[in-house]
Ligand binder design. Structure first.
Ligand SMILES: N[C@@H](CCC(=O)N[C@@H](CS)C(=O)NCC(=O)O)C(=O)O
Length: 235
């Protein structure tokens, strides 16, 4: 069995996607957590884009890009997560290709500097949520809770980190857009409840992620995060 090392920033959603696939496949691996602002010299030698995740196999080959890593692991280890039917598989790949758009849209809602920009970002996110809701209705039929219904897939592994973060943002802000999209809400909940989603205990991760949100600033969470800063200072 190959030996896997996953080079990581602790709160990176793309790293988490790779880690989820490793956990779903029950493949043993070691995390090597590094810091964005303090990269070891060897990192530039194995990461052509200077990004994490990198999956090192047997101290030799180093794979990069979370989607390529997920696809490789699906072929190389354990039971396939991709559906067998070629058309369904293509649909799944189309929706994993959509993850960067989804991530950018949730990021825009969090990072919008003022009320006007936030309103626009929220409307754009609602359109994306609507598209995903339709896709879930088509893929799940009467089933669920995962993207294709009962069987967990690479689409689930890809969206889980972003839906987990988005639910934390909604929790902090009290702005519950996802509730208008029942399939999406149920999918997000099922993913957060799944053990493989979590690299850190949920409360610890919430703390890590909240620190990142504080650094990002942004109109939506200004008040909520101000309240946590005050609580930190008094408690
Ligand atoms: N498309 C890449 C995105 C990876 C990515 O953006 N990773 C971030 C951390 S979450 C990164 O390493 N950014 C470079 C930096 O922070 O300097 C993937 O899917 O692996």
């Amino acid at each position: 069995m190959a030996r896997y090392r996953l080079i990581s920033f602790k709160a990176c959603p793309w790293v988490q996607r790779a880690a989820i696939v490793l956990r779903e496949k029950q493949v043993e691996f070691d995390f090597v957590h590094i810091e964005s602002g303090n990269r070891p010299d060897w990192f530039s030698g194995i990461s052509p884009h200077g990004k994490v995740p990198v999956l090192q196999i047997d101290d030799g080959i180093a794979l990069f890009e979370s989607n390529a890593i997920a696809e490789h692991l699906d072929e190389a280890a354990g039971t396939r997560l991709h559906p067998e039917d070629p058309v369904t598989r293509a649909i799944n790949r189309a929706w994993t290709d959509y993850i960067p758009s989804f991530s950018a849209a949730t990021g825009a809602v969090v990072g919008a500097p003022d009320a006007e920009a936030h309103g626009k970002a929220r409307a754009a996110l609602a359109t994306i949520f609507g598209r995903l809701e339709e896709a879930l209705v088509r893929q799940q039929g009467d089933g669920g809770p995962f993207f294709n219904g009962e069987r967990y897939s690479l689409v689930d592994a890809g969206y889980a980190p972003f839906l987990q973060r988005y639910l934390i943002v909604e929790d902090l802000s009290g702005d519950r857009l996802i509730a208008d999209y029942p399939r999406l809400q149920a999918w997000a909940t099922a993913l957060v409840e799944r053990a493989s989603t979590h690299t850190f205990p949920p409360e610890e991760f919430r703390g890590l992620y909240t620190e990142n949100l504080k650094k990002r600033g942004g109109y939506l969470l200004q008040e909520a995060l101000q309240a946590t800063v005050s609580a930190d200072m008094t408690g």
